[in-house]
Design a protein around this ligand. Structure first.
Ligand SMILES: Nc1ncnc2c1ncn2[C@@H]1O[C@H](COP(=O)(O)OP(=O)(O)O)[C@@H](O)[C@H]1O
Ligand SMILES: [Mg+2]
Length: 304
């Protein structure tokens, strides 16, 4: 069974790529068969972090049909515990704006990748691609910096992701879906209200759709005082979005992160003892535990 994990945040520069690239390596080191995918369509750069400057094949080859299957784009790193990697697309306008069919083709292709863990770096922002890739996974990780602006950006991102997830849960109910699709929403309450007004019982169905949505929170570049904003964020998403965001761990500000970047090797490999690497190792260990819960739960989910 493959568990797909995506990483998202409200804006760029929160450390998503740094975090997911390191987690990919750490999980591979723990014996998992890992495939990391750079789905940041506008700003693919994960390959650089891994020291791969000119990938032979990228998602562009897949989108432009120079290759038939996604498997042909997979790059393997024997020196990084056998980690597999799908480099993102070069930033041409065509590939930064793939259409619905191409997106579906990509998502189907991802389902055929043979691995235990599929890690999706979805890029920042609240465009539909970023939101859909983020929500497409089994498990979501969300990242914010400790400052109030970044925390609010993440709140907005989670709000839109939640709304999009709910809209998706109505796709099979044409009347509700059509009504909801014709409007844009500022708050989750509005979605609930309109859905319920269109068809009785829809509120409950929408809430049910969110039952398994618990993005795991990482606060990156943590420093003293960040705790207050984090607590506020968790309170707000609980109160206004009705979701819980369990903490996966914090990563401290650490100048070795940038030094490793300049050496084109993720920090957990270059400086395993530095505080950021230690925090990433603790997070990988926790994530590994969550993954085993997933494996235990799988038969029940499949049956139910
Ligand atoms: N914990 C940290 N300490 C110091 N610098 C960091 C830390 N996390 C990320 N950075 C730096 O922040 C910048 C943005 O990180 P990146 O992973 O590219 O963000 P994103 O993918 O969210 O845009 C990079 O230069 C990275 O080295
Ligand atoms: Mg990035």
């Amino acid at each position: 069974m493959t568990v797909a994990i995506s990483i998202g945040s409200g804006k760029g520069g929160t450390g998503k790529t740094m975090i997911i690239a390191n987690l990919a390596i750490l999980l591979a080191k723990r014996g998992k068969k890992v495939c990391l995918v750079d789905l940041d369509l506008g700003g693919a750069d994960t390959h650089i972090l891994l020291g791969l400057f000119e990938p032979k094949r990228t998602l562009t080859d897949f989108f432009t049909r120079r290759v038939d299957s996604l498997a042909e784009v997979v790059h393997t790193f024997p020196s990084l515990y056998g980690l597999s990697f799908i480099p993102g697309s070069g930033d041409t306008l065509q590939t930064a704006n793939i259409n619905f069919q191409e997106k579906q083709r990509l998502l189907r292709g991802l389902q055929d990748i043979d691995c235990d863990v599929l890690l999706l770096d979805v890029g920042a922002g609240t465009n539909y691609h970023a939101l859909d890739f983020f929500m497409h996974s089994d498990l979501q990780v969300c990242v914010a910096l400790p400052d109030p602006t970044s925390i609010m950006d993440l709140y907005t991102f989670l709000q839109l992701a939640t709304i999009r997830k709910m809209l998706a849960s109505f796709l099979s109910q044409s009347e509700v879906a059509a009504t909801l699709k014709s409007r844009s929403f500022q708050s989750l309450g509005e979605v609930f209200e309109l859905a319920e007004a269109t068809q009785a019982g829809s509120r409950e169905k929408a809430q049910e759709g969110l039952r398994y949505f618990h993005p795991l929170l990482i606060v990156n570049r943590d420093r003293a005082g960040g705790q207050v904003n984090k607590t506020k964020l968790r309170m707000m998403v609980g109160k206004y979005l009705g979701i819980d965001i369990p903490e996966l761990g914090d990563i401290p500000e650490d100048d070795k992160v940038d030094r490793a970047l300049k050496g084109f090797l993720p920090v957990c490999e270059m400086y395993p003892q530095t505080p950021a690497s230690q925090a990433l190792q603790a997070i990988a260990q926790r994530l590994d535990k969550v993954l085993s819960l997933f494996a235990d739960k799988a038969p029940a989910t499949a049956a139910g």
